[in-house]
Design a protein around this ligand. Structure first.
Ligand SMILES: Cc1cc2nc3c(=O)[nH]c(=O)nc-3n(C[C@H](O)[C@H](O)[C@H](O)COP(=O)(O)O)c2cc1C
Length: 114
């Protein structure tokens, strides 16, 4: 979410879900070319990870191919944001599970494919 409240959604597969100091921690890899990357680095330091139910599964194609720079993907993919309980950033209606996250650390990774 931008500091002026603009929200966006992307498909995200590259992640690990684990635990550090007994605290649940998600490591999410977002390429710097993504619009979401600029929202994460320059915007509010929060995000949500939403596991889609079959009802909204088809949205993955749209949110994973279009960019929020040029369009409103919540509208395009017919997704409904829901006010977060713990975060200013919304979760997504009809998700099986939603994680509300605060950014605790950012780092640049090496290209693991090389
Ligand atoms: C199934 C799927 C999984 C994806 N996983 C990731 C990912 O883990 N990290 C990433 O940077 N991009 C990933 N992408 C690509 C982004 O979702 C895509 O580039 C998207 O258009 C970025 O949107 P944005 O510019 O609004 O941030 C994935 C795409 C698909 C279809």
């Amino acid at each position: 979410m931008s500091t002026d409240g603009k929200i966006n959604v992307m498909a995200l597969d590259w992640k690990t879900i684990g635990e550090l100091w007994h605290i649940p921690v998600i490591t999410a890899a977002v390429a710097p070319s993504r619009y979401s990357f600029s929202l994460l680095t320059d915007g509010i330091k929060e995000f949500t990870i939403n596991i889609p139910s079959p009802k909204i599964n088809s949205a993955i194609i749209i949110v994973g191919s279009k960019s929020g720079r040029n369009t409103d993907k919540f509208r395009d993919a017919n997704l409904e944001p829901i006010k977060g309980d713990q975060t200013k950033v919304p979760t997504i209606k009809d998700s099986l599970l939603s994680y509300e996250c605060k950014i605790v650390h950012e780092t640049k990774s090496t290209d693991l494919k090389k």
